[in-house]
Each structure stands twice: as C-alpha cells, then as structure tokens.
Design a protein around this ligand. Structure first.
Ligand SMILES: Cc1cc2nc3c(=O)[nH]c(=O)nc-3n(C[C@H](O)[C@H](O)[C@H](O)COP(=O)(O)OP(=O)(O)OC[C@H]3O[C@@H](n4cnc5c(N)ncnc54)[C@H](O)[C@@H]3O)c2cc1C
Ligand code: SF4
Length: 564
C-alpha cells in the first residue's frame, strides 16, 4: 500500500456539484485540498458527439468507470385502476407491460467523472422555495431543514455569480439580494406557445433560470441553442462543475485533483475523529491522512461508503448512530406529455427547459396533498431534437409513410413536463445488497422505491394540468406520455444522509457536519431533508457545500440575508 506523504487540510470524496463547490471554496480561503474522483475526466472535444453525423444515436458518452454500480429491489405492483398515469407512446404503445413499476433506463444514472452528474444535467439553476424548507412545522409532513432560505441566500448569490446563471428578475417567493449575473435566455418556439396558453388559463410562465450563458461570461462563450445539454455541452457555456468550480479551484494552486481514484475505506479513531482514508489508484491501494473529510459521492455512493465502513467502534457504519444513513431517499416524481402542434416550427432548437411555471410550487398549492410541483417547456429536454426520436417514439410505422410523417411533423413537438415533491417514506431507501459486490468484494448499494397515495395524487395533478396546457396551446392528439407511476427514476434525487438538528433522527447538522464525527462533513444531494416542489437541486447543493466550506475554513458562515 502506498502512503501519501503530502499533507492536505481536507480530502473531498467526489467532484460533482457538492464536492467541486466545497473544494473551490476551501481553496479560495487558502486550504490545501485533495479531491478524489472515482470516474474519469471527459474531454468535450473528443467524447461529446454533437458534431458527428450520428449524434442522435449517442446519449452522454460512457467511458470506463463512468457508471456506478447498484442494484434495485422489486418495485411496487401497478394498480390496474390507474390507467390515466400509464406511460405510452404512439410508436411504442404501452411502455411498461408487466405488473410492476420498472426502472426508467438505468434508473440511477449519474455520471461518474470530473464534474459528476452536472456533466449531463440540463442546467436548470433553482433556489428552494422558502416554505418547502419548513414542511413539517408548517404542513405536518416530511421534515424541516435546519437552515433557512435566508441562511442560504448569500451562498445562492455567490454560486450564481461563479457559474454565470441567466434568469429573470421576478422570482416570486424566492427573494434575492442581487440580480442574476446574466439576462434570461430568449424563449424557443414551443416555450412561447406555452407562455401564451398559460396566460389563457391564468398560469404565469416565465423564462427559467439556467446555468447556461446568455452572453459570454468569465472567458466562456454564450449558448448556441443546440438543444442537447444532457448529451454533454461541447461549447462549455453550460455551467457544469468541470468548467466552473473545478478550474477555479485548480487555478488557485491549492487543489490536487485525481480522477479514477475511488475511495474505498475510511478509518475513524476511537474518539470518533476520522483519521485517514484508502483510495485506489491504478489498482494500488493508497493511504492518506486528513484533518477533514468531506463526503460528496452522491445520494447512492455516499451512504454506501458510510455503511460499508463498519468498525468495532461503529458497527452500523460511519455517521450512523441515528440509523438514518440510507433512509429518506427521495426519487423523481415526474410527468411528461407531448403532442404535435401544426404550424409550429423549430421546436428541436433552443435551450432545453427554457420556460417554467412556478404557480403550484409552494407546498400548499395542490389540492388535498402537501407538496408542490413545477411545469416546464420540455420538447428539447426530453429529446425531441432529432428525427430518430420522432420516428421511434411518436410516429411509428415504416417506409414512405413514416418518412413523410417525419418530414411533416419535424420541429412541431411541444411538451410539458412536471416534477413534484416526493415526501420520504419507509419503503424508499438505499441499503447494501446482501449478495452483490463490486470487483473488490465491497457490497453494492441497493435502491428501494415505493409510491405513497400522496405521490399518486400529485402525479395525477401534474398529468392533468400538462394535458390541459397542451390542449389550450392547440394540440389535438397527444403522441407520448410518461411518468413516475410506472417508471422509477432518479434524475433529481435527494436524501439518504439527511441534515437536521436532532442527532437521533438525522445524520449531519446545519453546517453539514456529522453528528458522530467532528471532522466528517457531507456536501452532496444526500443531505436534503425534503425534495422541494420540483426545484432542481444543483444550485442548492452548491450553496450548502460552499456554506459548509466557510464553516470549515473560518468557523462560521456568511451572515444570513434579509429580504429586500
Ligand atoms: C439527466 C439529468 C439531468 C439533470 N438536470 C438537472 C438540472 O437541470 N438542474 C439541476 O440542478 N440538477 C439536475 N440534475 C441533477 C443534478 O445533476 C444532481 O442532483 C447533482 O449534480 C448531484 O450532485 P452531487 O454532488 O450530489 O453528486 P454527483 O454530481 O453525482 O457527484 C458525485 C461524484 O462522486 C463520485 N464518486 C462516487 N463514489 C465515489 C468514491 N467512492 N470515491 C470517489 N468519488 C466517488 C462520482 O463519480 C461523482 O462524480 C440532473 C440529473 C440528471 C441525471
Ligand atoms: S443548448 Fe447551450 S448549454 Fe445546452 S449543450 Fe447546447 S450550447 Fe451547451
């Protein structure tokens, strides 16, 4: 085993949204940081395929080590009465034909690599609704956050400035101490139609706040509206961590970054402090001591690492005296409806998710259930950007008729997607698979999922509103719908190491520090106590991570903002 002699002030595990933001902030305060990333480094020019003739056949690329391993337990049976929430496509027919829910694609696909899942995120950049952070005390459901919106506000602002977020001034309940650094993006053709249809229905649609540059910013170019952010942005205007926090951290000279170096063991001392970790480099085990350990390996791998590291002093795993590590997983409660709109052109171009409606986002805005949702314009986001999607998903058939139909309809897809609150329940969690292990004999994480009636109610609301909007926009026949009733999905996923004030019911405190280990911090999406009503998570992860870094470096966070 190699022993790393160089001394670091902190080791960060994972270089995604939370790990990269923590590392940058620590380095900006003079700390020496080692970032260990399990996945490879992607090269946009070499690896992303948007300039190739067969671009549509490539989703975000796979490189050796860029997919994490996991298993999924048996999913919920489907209630045959719930036909209105079935996923279907005009070409594919009913998507889930068996009696149970099925994983949507790989179910948990968060790229492992320098930048983590921001590499293939769409780039929505959202602040939490202040009320969604007080779910238990205000609405009697889920859990409260131990920090408030005001605590996070200065960090939201810092992160938005660093990333170069483009968005509109009016953000409703999300008051701001500073405007966005960049103006909002122009709306694509389907988004314009949804704004107009929403107005007829009394719904307020607006430009979405996006981690994509509407103007050149900080040495990066403006977006070219190629519409394919989730395949990897070749231009570098999308605010993924590899082009924002990571280069900033590296340029400080304080960050050492290693790819293809998974952390496998964590060693605590008898007093609870973490002393050292083991990671693998070129198949060799390396040992590095650290005064501070920051876990940011994501919602699945962070609990897995904590649970697999059992010691005599911590027989249930690290940071787990509450028994909450792995619990409170929140999956993606999503819905999507699509139709063709005669006369609509160019809906395959533009910035994905460019328009949003927040009207139903507060926790009390959907009748008879706690938890909100949001709606977006989604034709580009869900992949109606090339002819294969039209032919294979929404048209079907073959020969001359198919070709003609693709010609006639191409560029006329209009879609509404919604994401809603997922209230944690006892059946949705991550544990260790009792049988399956990786190449080193370490148990794989196992995902469990269950939908409660409240989730079904919210889904029904989301589906009905989406259909109504498309109808108002002029769509006569839908061509595809899919959602979380029959598909288990985790694009936006939270929980498994919840933050909270009470050490018996949570894993970390308000400053992201473990209740059990004074020098162990967690700064990824696993720490969210609640999911919010559809807010995208990366900006909040980064705000929490930079705030934790300030506590580590200086003892206290920035003062909370006051509403202006
Ligand atoms: C298709 C898609 C679209 C999305 N769109 C949006 C969006 O528009 N806006 C938004 O805000 N969010 C979006 N998300 C969600 C968002 O990308 C994630 O929630 C967020 O990036 C998670 O950050 P994280 O720090 O928790 O984890 P990750 O970004 O997943 O980072 C974890 C990192 O840890 C590494 N790691 C794991 N195990 C180890 C180990 N043992 N040792 C060392 N390293 C390890 C992983 O390789 C990974 O790089 C999207 C997600 C997907 C999949
Ligand atoms: S639409 Fe803009 S942000 Fe998205 S991949 Fe294309 S250039 Fe990048």
């Amino acid at each position: 085993m190699g022993i790393i002699k160089k001394r670091f002030d902190a080791v960060v595990v994972g270089s995604g949204a939370g790990g990269s933001a923590a590392a940058w902030r620590l380095s900006s305060q003079g700390l020496r940081v080692l970032v260990l990333e399990a996945g490879p480094k992607f090269d946009p020019n070499r690896d992303y395929k948007l300039d190739q003739p067969d671009w549509e056949r490539h989703m975000f690329p796979d490189l050796p080590g860029s997919r994490g391993l996991f298993t999924i337990d048996t999913l919920d049976p489907l209630d045959p009465k719930e036909q209105e929430l079935r996923s279907w496509g005009r070409a594919s027919g009913i998507r889930v034909r068996g009696p149970r829910r099925e994983p949507n694609g790989p179910a948990y696909w968060h790229v492992q690599g320098i930048g983590g899942s921001t590499l293939h995120f769409a780039g929505e950049s959202h602040r939490m609704h202040p009320k969604a952070m007080q779910l238990q005390s205000k609405y009697g459901a889920g859990h409260d956050w131990p920090v408030t919106y005001a605590d996070l506000e200065p960090y939201y602002t810092t992160c938005e400035q660093l990333v170069g977020v483009a968005g509109p001034a009016n953000q409703g309940a999300r008051w701001r101490s500073k405007p966005y650094p960049l103006p909002p993006h122009p709306l694509s053709t389907p988004a314009q139609r949804l704004v107009a249809a929403g107005k007829e229905l009394g719904m307020n649609w607006q430009a979405n706040s996006r981690a994509a540059l509407s103007k050149p910013y900080d040495g990066r170019p403006a977006c070219n509206y190629c519409a394919n952010c989730t395949r990897g942005c070749p231009l570098g205007d999308k605010g993924s961590a590899d082009v924002t926090y990571i280069p900033k951290g590296l340029s400080s000279g304080q960050v050492t970054l290693k790819s293809k170096c998974p952390v496998v063991r964590i060693f605590p001392e008898s007093n609870g402090r973490i002393k050292a970790i083991n990671y693998l480099e070129n198949g060799q085990l390396q040992l590095v001591e650290t005064p501070i350990l920051i876990m940011a390996a994501g919602v699945v791998q962070t609990p897995r690492l904590l649970l697999t590291n059992k010691h005599l002093s911590h027989p249930d795993g690290l940071a787990n005296s509450s028994g909450q590590v792995g619990r409170n997983l929140m999956e993606t409660l999503f819905w999507s409806s699509t139709g063709f709109l005669p006369g609509l052109n160019n809906s395959h171009m533009g910035l994905p998710t460019d328009a949003i409606c927040w009207d139903f986002n507060a926790p009390d805005s959907i009748p008879d259930t706690v938890g909100g949702c949001r709606f977006i314009s989604a034709a580009q986001e869900i992949g109606f950007t090339g002819p294969i999607a039209y032919a294979a998903r929404a048209i079907g058939g073959f020969g001359h008729k198919l070709k003609q139909a693709v010609r006639d309809s191409f560029g006329s897809a209009i879609s509404v997607s919604a994401i809603g609150e997922f209230i944690p329940n006892d059946g949705t969690f991550v544990d260790l698979d009792p049988q399956e292990t990786d190449g080193f004999g370490i148990p794989l994480p196992r995902l469990h999922s269950h939908l409660e009636p409240g989730e079904i109610k919210r889904l029904r609301f989301m589906a009905r509103k989406s259909r109504r909007l498309l109808q108002e926009a002029g769509v006569e026949h839908l061509v595809e719908e899919y959602g979380a009733w029959d598909f288990f999905s985790t694009t936006h996923t939270f929980g498994t190491c919840r933050m909270g004030e009470d050490p018996t019911t949570s894993v970390i405190d308000a400053n992201c520090r473990s209740h059990d280990h004074p020098n162990l911090y967690i700064t990824d999406a696993s720490i969210f106590p609640s999911s919010g009503g559809g807010e995208s998570p990366s900006l909040t992860i980064q705000a929490l991570a930079t705030r934790a870094a300030d506590v580590i470096a200086g003892g206290k966070p920035l003062r909370p903002s006051v509403p202006s």
